[in-house]
Design a protein around this ligand. Sequence first.
Ligand SMILES: CC(=O)N[C@H]1[C@@H](OP(=O)(O)OP(=O)(O)OC[C@H]2O[C@@H](n3ccc(=O)[nH]c3=O)[C@H](O)[C@@H]2O)O[C@H](CO)[C@@H](O)[C@@H]1O
Length: 354
Amino acid sequence: MKKLVLTGGGSAGHVTPHLALIPKLKKMGWDLHYIGSVDGIEKSLIEEGTNVPYYGISSGKLRRYFDLKNIKDPFKVAAGVAQAYLKLGKIKPDAVFSKGGFVAVPVVIAAWLRKIPVYIHESDITPGLANKISSKFASKIFVTFDEAKKHFAAGQAIVTGSPIRDELLQGSNEKGLSFLGFRSHLPVLTIMGGSLGARKINEAVRESLPELLRSYQIVHICGKGNLDQNLNHTEGYRQFEYIQKELPDVVAATDFVISRAGSNSIFEWLTLKIPMLLIPLTRAASRGDQILNAQSFEKQGFCHVLYEEDLTKETLLQSLKQLKADKDNMQRNMESFKASDSVDLILRTITSGK
Ligand SMILES: CC(=O)N[C@H]1[C@@H](OP(=O)(O)OP(=O)(O)OC[C@H]2O[C@@H](n3ccc(=O)[nH]c3=O)[C@H](O)[C@@H]2O)O[C@H](CO)[C@@H](O)[C@@H]1O
């Protein structure tokens, strides 16, 4: 039986593509194992969402800026490499597949030391630091965007698009409404501030609630620790830290979305043809990857964009009005998008061992 070690974490975008691949890999007879951090979001997503055995290793953040933790973290990364090296020695996988994030770097280095082929996937137009480092040790790099290819060595990258979980496309509108306690008299607006939530979006939404609730029923995915208990009994408003199992039904019940521009999320909304208003993470808080993602979608007529610097109660309400008015047009543009068979492309390459 062929063995594959999966790795990636730190935020859900570095894990959910694995969730799309796992059922098919199992059907093909692969023996799967996951190496992640001791307590990152990847641990609960894998342990609760699959029966793939999970192993936690030490991990440190790699920063481009000065921070006192920069002194301690290289030791944590070195410890992670040693732990991953031992684990890989026990599992003896045929390959390692990394979806990026800092925890993946020690696993990739350990795999390279053991001469195990490494595959990685990059979801954004520009690679993150973890994937930039990992690419030096990888045989092939799968990328979501064609524009990402130029950041890697010639011939190394394959455009596969974004692997999307099958179940996300099979949700039920009725089940979604019933789970949310909603009726069908008003459209459902889902707000998803990235897998870790977004403070500024949460504030603007909560400030605009009285106006929003006149026109929409609201699902607010606000991230861990961001629930507002005062709003628990607000009619037509449901808040969640994260939605795992019920997400397919919730998206099936969704008419409009306000979302961060994380790559996996926006390709999911696009595939589901749900009109989206994107509020990308700022350059101050990131390398600007979400801005590029959002601009690429905007150019193709798949979304409207509201920059966080311009986000106020007024601009939020105004942007939503424009989104509603442009709905049919946007959905027509989305119809022209043909998703690549991402899961199969990735599986074919990993299986062929090239
Ligand atoms: C802050 C940060 O570093 N963000 C990055 C991170 O975003 P983030 O982790 O938010 O990633 P994405 O938006 O790409 O993916 C989030 C995933 O989580 C899922 N989900 C989310 C909320 C929820 O309640 N339930 C649920 O299942 C979504 O369906 C999606 O599959 O990785 C992305 C892909 O590299 C990057 O583009 C983002 O810039």
